[in-house]
Design a protein around this ligand. Structure first.
Ligand SMILES: Cc1cc2nc3c(=O)[nH]c(=O)nc-3n(C[C@H](O)[C@H](O)[C@H](O)COP(=O)(O)OP(=O)(O)OC[C@H]3O[C@@H](n4cnc5c(N)ncnc54)[C@H](O)[C@@H]3O)c2cc1C
Length: 450
């Protein structure tokens, strides 16, 4: 029997495996899908072009990600960030450069003031113990939506801030507690970092896509990975754990679970998980995000002076657009984020209606060339059984103050990883890696390693 079983072959499970491997522990990894990478997925089209349909960007302070890329001789490149951006507000397109859209002065002042207020509040967050922050009780009582509405003096400010923050959290702002929103900001350095390309979380792309990095991490130990092994029950025994799924049963001394919280609820635990753990698992919901991708022979918008970036109010099916082309703009990729209620509405249409609406929208922004991509793909992560939504688990009001960091607390021989157990870069791939390494360190320590 191996020392450790790991459930989940996303970046967190793989980081845990890598750490155990470095310490010569025996382990096996069980993955429900037929692929690695979890919420990262690099899609290769029939013509050889590719696009990341899941997590794709890395940026400053994501030190583990840069180290892993270096270790596997994978390079990264700058996200394209030159030229005019577009603001699609109240049915009108306005072009602007830099971070400040062309709007009336009051709305501009309001946006600046509101984002700085969030930024200042986030600096007060105790990132290791958000519930212990001085204003935690008050901030956990209201949603981010209530806060943004209260402090928006103009409807234009509300619409722009809402589209930006929905892109950060991948949910309606009334689904997330203000305390969680502030924790998320602090966990990812600051709000400017989360919203920005330059010096921000969107600064770099991994050459060749993100999922190949996950595959490279595992390339030396593929024989220890079991695909199509969805875990359905876990029993803690006197000498460890017994894990079962359809047609398999395995034992180990320790277990690391690195799957999204909403999917942990589907596993049958004996003995039952502690009440606090069960209840926090019931509270955390997943965001809903779809990526809408069009591939063109060239990034034609660049020649016309556009960055490919758009921020749009609710009249558009998409909150934000980016230039997601590969290195050197070898071909052009436009990427739109379709989030929360806009995603629920967009993905309730059939595929041809979605494609038509998406390409009409892209054409409205960038002209007739946008109407005829060589490839089109849209992908809703809420429809993925083994993700249950994206980008990450969302804490509603009251969850942090009532349940603290119960999610990450070991349960006997079970240790918990996954980006939702990270305090630094929660919700991001960096957080997933750090959480996997932390869970593996806990296991090693409990087995007598210093
Ligand atoms: C559209 C989108 C865009 C994003 N953009 C970015 C970005 O640009 N940068 C960034 O840093 N992050 C981004 N993220 C978030 C990032 O992808 C995730 O935070 C990260 O990949 C989570 O990794 P994880 O290992 O914690 O979980 P996962 O990747 O979800 O891995 C969990 C694994 O467990 C498996 N599993 C689930 N249930 C079971 C079971 N019962 N038995 C066995 N296996 C099971 C799943 O198949 C999966 O492989 C994005 C996510 C999405 C979807």
């Amino acid at each position: 029997m191996p020392d450790v079983l790991i459930v989940g072959g996303g970046f967190s499970g793989l980081a845990a495996a890598r750490t155990l491997h470095q310490h010569n522990r025996s382990w096996m990894l069980l993955e429900a899908r037929e692929r690695l990478g979890g919420r990262t997925q690099t899609h290769t089209f029939a013509d050889g072009t590719y696009a990341d349909v899941g997590g794709q960007w890395i940026g400053p302070t994501q030190d583990r990600m840069y180290a892993l890329a270096k270790e596997h001789q994978i390079s990264w490149y700058d996200t394209y960030n030159e030229g005019k951006n577009i603001l699609d507000l109240k049915g009108r397109l306005r072009e602007y450069t830099g971070l400040i859209p062309k709007m009336d002065v009051l709305s501009l002042l309001n946006i600046d003031w509101l984002l700085k207020k969030l930024e200042r509040m986030a600096t007060q967050i105790n990132v290791a113990q958000p519930w212990a922050t001085t204003n935690a009780a008050a901030w956990d009582r209201i949603s981010l939506e209530a806060f943004v509405r209260k402090h928006s003096w103009t409807s234009a400010c509300y619409k722009v801030v809402r589209a930006g923050l929905e892109t950060v959290y991948a949910c309606e702002l009334n689904e997330v507690s203000l305390l969680h929103a502030l924790f998320y900001i602090r966990s990812g350095t600051n709000l400017n970092c989360l919203l920005s390309i330059e010096n921000g979380a969107q600064q770099h792309r991994i050459t060749g896509g993100m999922q190949p990095l996950a595959e490279k991490m595992a390339s030396d130990w593929m024989d220890r990975i079991r695909f199509k092994h969805a875990v359905t029950s876990i029993t803690q025994t006197a000498d460890g754990v017994e894990v079962k799924g359809d047609g398999f049963s395995m034992k180990a001394r320790k277990l690391i679970i690195s799957i999204p919280p909403v999917l942990i609820r589907d596993i049958d635990f004996t003995p039952a998980l502690p009440l606090m753990k069960q209840q926090i698992l019931e509270k955390i919901s997943m965001g809903i995000v779809g990526k809408v991708i069009a591939v063109y022979p060239q990034p034609f918008w660049r020649q016309r002076g556009y960055s490919g970036q758009v921020v749009a109010d609710e009249q558009s099916p998409f909150q934000t657009l980016f230039d997601s082309s590969p290195d050197q703009g070898a071909y052009g990729v436009l990427l739109a984020f379709c989030i929360a209620n806009r995603a629920r509405s967009f993905f309730s249409m059939d595929e041809s209606a979605r494609k038509q609406l998406a390409l009409e929208t892209f054409t409205r922004y960038f002209g007739p060339e946008a109407a005829t991509p060589q490839q089109y793909l849209d992908h809703c992560w809420a429809e993925e059984a083994w993700s249950g939504g994206c980008y990450a688990g969302v804490y509603p009001t009251g969850a942090w103050t009532n349940f603290r960091n119960e999610l990450a607390q070991p349960t006997g021989a079970i240790h918990w990883a996954g980006t939702e157990t990270a305090d630094v870069w929660y919700g991001y791939i960096e957080g997933a890696v750090r959480a996997g390494e932390r869970a593996a360190a806990e296991v090693l320590q409990s087995m007598g390693h210093v």
